[in-house]
Design a protein around this ligand. Structure first.
Ligand SMILES: Cc1cc2nc3c(=O)[nH]c(=O)nc-3n(C[C@H](O)[C@H](O)[C@H](O)COP(=O)(O)OP(=O)(O)OC[C@H]3O[C@@H](n4cnc5c(N)ncnc54)[C@H](O)[C@@H]3O)c2cc1C
Length: 383
């Protein structure tokens, strides 16, 4: 039997980075044992002086860890899905498989005030850090130098965590924090990330690159249609074109439109159609709205003050149940918000349309062979 060629950095660069399919999740950088990759403007590039960044001597020598870590080059969904859900997903599960769904919000008014929706992510993690269930959380933290730009951060206490509550709609490669957790010798960490970032952690585990993900005990996924390019959107559109100084902004929210809240209390609205052109190119290749591979997935779905939670794994269920029993979360049935459930279903299905049935890489693996064959046949028969 002819073995498929083992891919390495050269292929990863040519097929994923140079084509702008790369989402900058940083899993390849975390996986690289030779430390020759680094993230520059969300692109992994070689830092050993090799030009034009596409030739790695270690790849020639047989190292393929960066390519194995890439969820865009070849997501190991056949391993990831059973590991998280106990089964493969069926084509009709647009938002991925889950055990239960609930609405949640923080009972601590400080968290509720700072959270993006119901503050459920922060409340759950704060409880776990306070109880010693976790000794760290890998989150996106607002930069101290650059307003509205986030950096991956390892936080060790609930006070530190509170400062990171809320959403920034630009990209932040939270898996890069896995290295910080290893350096700090953390044993039990949670990772928060948008859909691709939650899959990135699973991809590392599925490919046996376990050193970095061994301490990860909980993955919290954030539902996500797209992220915005910081320079183009926050600087170009919001600050320069609209004349809003970034330090005047207290919150950015997306609820069918982008709502920019200022310190004065005024809300400035940007229609989604005007914001969409600033989405990062790589997001257009992402078929996963609902962060399918997280232990729990969270979204606001047009609601005010509540977080919708999909509980996907036994681990997620256990954390959520114990945090709720401890009184840090208030729950109510998801069915009380049929509008939000409708939004979730619609957005998840819409995002599936990003699957290209002819894509030789990642994205075609998100549906079954039968569905792919049907999509290809339909595309081929189109006039
Ligand atoms: C880029 C992005 C796009 C999103 N798009 C949608 C959407 O289309 N529809 C929808 O229903 N929900 C979306 N969400 C999720 C939503 O904004 C909330 O994060 C979610 O409902 C949880 O709310 P919460 O109040 O419980 O979280 P909080 O308690 O406020 O905690 C939020 C957590 O998110 C982390 N975080 C903030 N920004 C980022 C970032 N850029 N990358 C990674 N982690 C981050 C913080 O570190 C914090 O730990 C998006 C989130 C992000 C970051």
């Amino acid at each position: 039997m002819v073995q498929a060629e083992r891919k390495h950095w050269k292929h990863l660069y040519a097929e994923i980075v140079a084509t702008e399919i790369c989402c900058g999740c940083s899993a390849c950088i975390v996986a690289c044992p030779h430390k020759v990759l680094e993230l520059r403007d969300f692109d992994p590039l070689q830092n050993d002086g090799n030009s034009p960044f596409d030739n790695c001597v270690h790849g020639e020598e047989g190292c393929s860890l960066c390519a194995m870590a890439c969820l865009r080059l070849g997501p190991a969904l056949d391993v990831i899905e059973p590991a998280v859900w106990g089964a493969r997903r069926t084509d009709d599960q647009a938002e991925g498989a889950y055990r239960s769904k609930t609405l949640a919000r923080a009972t601590d008014p400080r968290i509720l005030a700072r959270g993006q929706d119901g503050g459920a992510v922060t409340a759950l993690l704060a409880w776990a850090l306070d109880q010693g269930e976790l000794d760290g959380a890998l989150v996106a933290a607002p930069s101290e130098q650059v307003p509205w730009l986030d950096e991956p951060k390892l936080v060790r206490s609930s006070e530190e965590l509170l400062a990171t509550a809320g959403s920034r709609y630009t990209y932040c490669s939270t898996p890069l924090g896995l290295k910080k957790a290893a350096e700090a010798k953390c044993k039990n960490v949670a990772l928060v990330g948008v859909s691709c970032e939650s899959t990135a952690v699973r991809q590392l585990a599925a490919e046996g690159i376990k050193r970095w993900v061994r301490p990860v005990k909980l993955v919290i996924g954030l539902m996500c249609c797209e992220t915005f390019d910081y320079d183009a959107f926050m600087i170009g559109k919001v600050e320069q074109e609209m004349g809003i100084p970034l330090h005047e902004i207290t919150k950015v929210n997306v609820k069918g439109k982008v709502i920019v809240t200022l310190k004065s209390g005024e809300d400035v609205v940007i229609p989604l159609k005007d914001a969409r052109p600033y989405a990062n190119e790589w997001c257009h290749h992402c078929p996963d709205f609902a962060a399918e591979h997280a232990d729990i997935s969270c979204g606001g779905l047009g609601m005010e003050g509540w977080t919708m939670i999909l509980v996907r794994s036994a681990t997620g269920e256990d954390f959520l149940n114990r945090a709720t029993a401890a009184g840090v979360l208030e729950l109510r049935p998801a069915e009380e918000e049929p509008g939000a459930l409708g939004v979730m279903d619609r957005l998840a299905r819409k995002q599936r349309e990003r699957i290209d049935p002819f894509d030789p890489h990642a994205n075609a693996r998100w549906v079954s062979e039968q569905a792919l064959a049907a999509a290809r046949a339909e595309a081929n028969s189109a006039p």
